[in-house]
Write a new protein. Structure first.
Lengths: 418, 477
């Protein structure tokens, strides 16, 4: 084991794992709050996270009051963090995260155990690959996620195919189409399992879809091809199958938190979000660890993650100052109805006004009805809503302040009849 | 002897090698690699020809990665004796070659009284097979060893000798040792025809011609076709049996300690749940007979059934992320036993119908085949001090390269594969010439993200190595 790759010289106050928008925002905020040594550990050769390979515009309004491309936005975030005094360590992999804030890191110089007073997980999300989607068929080349497509095209100038099928209609799916257009790749079809497009996409993107047939209510049931993809078989809602010739498949979206460190470590993980269980301060089951950004839940924009990172950075600064309420009691949050997940998964008592202001929910499918929050026997909040999959629903946490009874927060959804 | 000129082929005039080999092994699956090693160690001049760009591209690319003791092999079979010999030799050589072996042991678990009733006979058979440490185990003790196992288990037997190994590094090491000690390999060389002139075989391949006094048919899924094409007859017919597998996230490995075997039926050994040496949990295989020898496609229903079957045994697998799914084709024939057959008059040995235990038995098969070969006449003197290859450590418990300095960078984050490992896997006579070859040698992209993070970097690092015209892909060992 090597010494002093980055440990040694001085106690690390906060180690942030992952240098995307959330991690960089948290680290920058910690420096602004006067925390002495804040390090960001990023396994990629450059910090900046996913926006680094989103070559199109649409970033930065919240953070820099300007519209930027992904790479420019990532550079600005890194610059802001460095300027604030954050130590950024690229090409540094955290291999294990252990109790008491001990991390095993690996770099080209070897491995080292470091420890920090607090750790912030901000490892983001990735798209679900073909295997975990259980898509049947052969295993040729040319089946990739948007993330890989974008790094191939924007970072490396590679072109994995000419006529792919785009699977999914999330925001990222349109990003995939723009990436294809950039490289003069012509998608031959866009597929969506549901009966409507998932993303609430800006109307300016409509023309980009020109010429790409959109198949709603259709899913890929098999991929064909020996060396390279030659076709996909799709099935519509009534079970009719047809074959679409293509030479690639872009599996977009269906994000899942990159929570491997937490999954293989000691923190409690929520199978519903795929990320670590947190309270309203972003505090994990081991209170030395905090988590923020898309690791908490799939999936929000870079801007949202940045803002959340900033908030959790503040919470950690409060904690180091001894001002974050210690959890005297925990209220688990239970879900019933077509609710996919909720963040935070538990509420630390006593309630204060700091921390996340809202529960974030996602629904499994489109539904209309009444969303109700109960604490003990009392209804503390309710609202008529119309929910769509992959769209955020927010419930104010302060609604819980009204009642003191109960050991459980229950969020239920009653579908409107008919 | 009929020649094979009628095969659809483009005869090439080029000659791969001027030498007359003692033996040419056709097919670089695990069995071909082990045979090449044994023949070279015994002093024979050997060449291996493989039609794919990388070795292990047929049946050997997908299996359950278990080193079997042979406790449940058919009594008195050739399969049993080869498994026993292969098991013994792997135990002898694995440490020296740097090959992993985790002695996790297996438990054959009955889930009904009907299954439980079969266990006594299985223990008796294990003892008759020479695996004497197989014994019944109290379910209470089973649950102590496997605390996460479903409490529906009704009875079990303990098979302490079953182990988990790396299904790819072992055959790579066998062939590397053959090459280090004088053997040769010709990749992207499909055998298209051949004649026996009374003393030598003149083989035609897509990469050129070569001569050999003997031929060992290790063509796996195509073994019967090769016999038919070059000898004009085959004693068996391959009916590929597809096996689909599901690999769960590394987080699942905390749930499973040993290899959990079902009570077999007359047709299949059934679905196994075990850890892999790479730190995942494997569930599979299915057993589906099919016509196609190349279609290793997966289907959703079978994969969902495997997941359910895993969850039935280990309820905590529910909701556990799936890392990978794949299918392999086993070269089953109409016979239960291996079809290993020497034809001394034409210097030919067929090694066929190695239906599912090839990884365990390969080293034993190699000894058996070498014996058949010497019975045909040739004598060699064994290499006194053969060179021993080192093997890149890929097993999770081993000293992986990412722990050592100057590895360049960690390229594949999920499996912690370094740039140095990628570079090494691309060079040398067995250097990867396809993405799947690179995966088998390094595990790059085989983890939970399946290339989301590293596909672009890998494409950059491998530029110029893959998808070359076949003639450029031939490696002259």
């Amino acid at each position: 084991m090597a010494d002093l790759i980055l440990g040694g010289k001085k106690q690390i106050d906060v180690a942030v794992i992952g240098g995307g928008p959330a991690g960089l925002a948290a680290a920058t905020e910690l420096k602004h709050r006067g925390i002495s040594r804040v390090v960001v550990l990023d396994r990629e050769p450059e910090a900046g996270g996913i926006p680094r390979h989103c070559g199109h515009i649409g970033f930065g309004m919240r953070e820099f009051k300007r519209i930027l491309t992904g790479p420019k936005y990532a550079k600005n975030l890194v610059l802001a963090a460095r300027t604030a005094g954050v130590e950024i360590h690229p090409s540094t992999t955290v291999v294990e995260a252990r109790p008491n804030g001990v991390l095993l890191i690996a770099t080209d110089e070897g491995t080292e155990e470091i420890s920090a007073r607090r750790i912030i997980y901000a490892t983001g999300v990735r798209e679900t690959p073909r295997s975990a989607r259980l898509i049947a068929g052969s295993r040729p080349q040319g089946i990739i996620n948007t993330g890989a497509l974008q790094s191939m095209i924007y970072l490396k100038g590679q072109k994995p195919f000419e006529r792919p099928v785009i699977v999914g209609t999330e925001l990222v799916s349109f990003s995939a189409i723009m990436t294809c257009r950039h490289a003069k790749i012509r998608p031959v079809a866009m597929l969506e399992e549901n009966s409507r497009v998932t993303a609430r996409w800006p109307s300016s993107l409509y023309p980009r879809l020109m010429g790409i047939p959109l198949h709603l209510g259709s899913r890929v049931v098999a991929i064909e091809g020996i060396n390279q993809v030659s076709a996909v078989v799709i099935e519509d809602a009534s079970g009719n199958r047809r074959t679409i010739d293509c030479d690639g498949v872009v599996l977009t979206g269906r994000f899942t938190p990159e929570a491997s460190l937490a999954l293989c470590g000691h923190l409690t993980v929520d199978h519903a979000t795929g990320g670590p269980v947190v309270d309203q301060y972003g505090r994990c089951s081991d209170p030395v660890y905090f988590a923020t950004g898309n690791l908490l839940r799939p999936v929000e924009t870079a801007g949202w993650s940045w803002q959340e990172g900033k908030l959790i950075g503040n919470m950690v600064a409060d904690d180091l100052d001894g001002r974050l309420p210690t959890s005297e009691k925990e209220l688990p949050v239970s879900l019933t109805g077509p609710i996919k997940f909720v963040v935070p998964q538990r509420i630390s008592l006593p309630l204060s006004l700091s921390g996340m202001q809202n529960f974030q929910l996602r629904f499994t499918h489109q539904a209309e009805g009444t969303l109700v929050v109960r604490k003990g026997a009392d209804i503390t909040w309710s609202k008529q809503i119309s929910a769509l999959p992959e769209r955020r629903i927010l419930i104010p946490i302060k609604a819980l302040l009204r009642e003191n009874a109960g050991d459980l927060v229950e969020i239920t959804f009653r579908q409107t009849a008919g | 002897m009929k020649s094979a000129r009628q095969l659809p082929s483009k005869p090439t005039q080029s000659v791969i090698s001027d030498q007359i080999f003692d033996a040419v092994v056709i097919g670089a699956g695990v069995v071909g690699c082990a045979i090449a090693r044994r023949f070279v160690l015994e002093g024979a001049n050997v060449a291996v020809v493989e039609k794919a760009a990388d070795i292990l591209d047929g049946a050997s690319k997908a299996n359950s990665a278990i080193l079997h003791t042979g406790f449940d092999a058919p009594p008195g079979s050739l399969e049993l004796s080869c498994i026993r010999d292969g098991y013994r030799e792997y135990a002898e050589i694995h440490a020296e070659m740097g090959l992993p072996r985790e002695g996790s042991g297996a438990h054959m678990v009955a889930w009904s009284d009907e299954e439980a009733a079969k266990l006594d006979a299985i223990i008796k058979q294990a003892h008759a097979n020479g695996v004497e440490d197989v014994k019944p185990i109290e379910v209470r003790e089973l649950f102590r060893r496997e605390p996460k196992l479903s409490k529906n288990a009704t009875a079990a037997i303990d098979v302490p000798g079953e182990s988990i190994i790396d299904p790819w590094s072992a055959p790579y090491a066998y062939l590397r040792q053959a090459l280090m000690n004088g053997g040769q390999v010709f990749l992207s060389c499909e055998v298209t025809g051949g004649d026996f002139d009374g003393s030598e075989w003149h083989l035609e391949t897509s990469g050129g011609r070569l001569k050999s006094r003997h031929v060992i048919n290790c063509a796996g899924l195509y073994g019967d076709r090769l016999d038919n094409a070059l000898l004009g007859a085959t004693k068996f017919n391959i009916t590929p049996r597809k096996g689909q597998f599901v690999i769960f996230d590394k987080a699942a490995s905390a749930l499973v300690n040993s290899i959990i075997l079902p009570v077999p039926t007359s047709r299949t050994k059934g679905v196994v749940v075990c850890r892999t040496v790479f730190g995942n949990v494997l569930v599979g295989p299915t057993a589906e007979d099919q016509e196609s020898r190349s279609d290793a496609s997966t289907d959703e229903a079978a994969l969902n059934a495997l997941i359910s079957s895993g969850v039935e045994r280990f309820p905590d697998l529910e909701g556990m992320p799936v890392t990978a799914v794949y299918a392999g084709l086993r070269p089953a024939s109409e016979y239960k036993d291996y079809q290993i057959d020497a034809k001394p008059d034409v210097g030919w040995i067929t090694v066929g119908g190695i239906r599912s235990t090839g990884l365990s038995s390969a080293l034993g098969i190699a000894r058996h085949v070498y014996k058949l070969y010497t019975e045909m006449g040739p004598t060699h003197s064994a290499i006194a001090k053969p060179s021993v290859p080192t093997t890149a450590v890929l097993a999770q418990c081993g000293d992986r390269d990412w722990r050592c300095k100057d590895h360049g960078e960690i390229v594949c984050h999920c499996e912690l594969v370094t740039r140095r490992e990628i570079t090494q896997a691309l060079t040398g006579p067995l250097g990867a010439r396809s993405m799947s070859g690179l995966k088998r040698q390094t595990r790059a992209t085989m983890g939970r993200c399946q290339g989301f993070y590293c596909a672009a970097r890998l494409a950059e690092l491998t530029e110029g190595y893959f998808n070359k015209p076949p003639s450029d892909e031939i490696s002259h060992g």
